[in-house]
Design a protein around this ligand. Structure first.
Ligand SMILES: *Cc1c(COP(=O)(O)O)cnc(C)c1O
Length: 237
């Protein structure tokens, strides 16, 4: 699949160009390949081209692929909405969860994470544009939830995640990303003991990765620009 190879090269160029513009190192930005709706074969192709982090939204679909690809050293990131009856399978099969938005879910993930495994890396999802339809907590609830998650033994809180409102207004989008960076800085100041582990801003997708990197994204979550358009049946959350 020469397409994926070409797309990866283009994405690395976009990441490098935007990192350099804001005096950041390109390696400080992780390209997370969003592989929802993609086949195990496509994931394997991307893996062989050097991508090792993959993001999935739909648990059952993800578990099938994780099983098929278990011989590859893939880091699996869960980036979809998470219900409490699904936490066990996530705790057992993933390395990261980006979408924590309540204590109950975090508690269950920590209880269900085996102690032989590294702690599950987590981000708190923030509803940065206060959209009624979107998951994530309000900025005011962040410090409280973060302190509670930091007390859980089998989770490692790494930072924040957001999906800003769809908009053609670059200025407004840049503001949403900048607010996320401010929230992470504030959180580090509020909880100094955890400051060094709070190193992650998961934000930016295919169309807006430049803006997100400019405002400090450390993980960009890229589907379409890597694998091509998805079938329209499955939407993002
Ligand atoms: C699907 C999805 C993405 C990737 O979106 P693209 O526009 O295809 O790059 C990123 N983040 C989340 C949470 C998603 O669900």
């Amino acid at each position: 699949m020469p397409n994926i190879e070409h797309n990866i090269a283009k994405l690395y160029q976009r990441i490098a160009a935007s990192a350099e513009k804001s005096a950041r190192k390109p390696e400080s930005v992780l390209l997370l390949a969003v592989s929802k709706t993609r086949s195990a074969q496509e994931i394997q192709t991307a893996y062989q081209l050097g991508l090792h982090h993959f993001g999935e939204n739909y648990l059952q679909d993800a578990l099938d692929k994780i099983e098929q690809l278990k011989d590859l050293a893939i880091y699996w990131h869960f980036i979809g909405p998470l219900q409490s009856n699904k936490t066990r399978l996530v705790a057992e099969n993933f390395d990261w969860v980006h979408t924590i938005d309540r204590l109950k879910i975090a508690q269950r993930l920590s209880d269900q994470r085996s102690s032989d495994k590294a702690p599950l890396n987590c981000c708190i999802q923030v509803n940065i544009d206060r959209e009624v339809s979107k998951s994530g907590i309000a900025a005011e609830e962040l410090e409280n939830l973060a302190s509670q998650i930091l007390a859980l033994p089998h989770l490692r809180l790494r930072g924040l995640m957001a999906i800003p409102a769809l908009s053609n207004d670059h200025h407004q989008q840049a503001q949403s990303f900048a607010k996320m960076a401010t929230l992470l800085r504030q959180l580090r100041a509020q909880i100094p003991a955890a400051a060094s582990q709070l190193d992650t801003l998961s934000m930016g997708m295919s169309v807006d990765l430049e803006l997100a990197i400019k405002e400090g994204a450390s993980i960009v979550r890229i589907g379409t620009a890597l694998f091509g358009p998805r079938s329209p049946i499955k939407k993002i959350n």
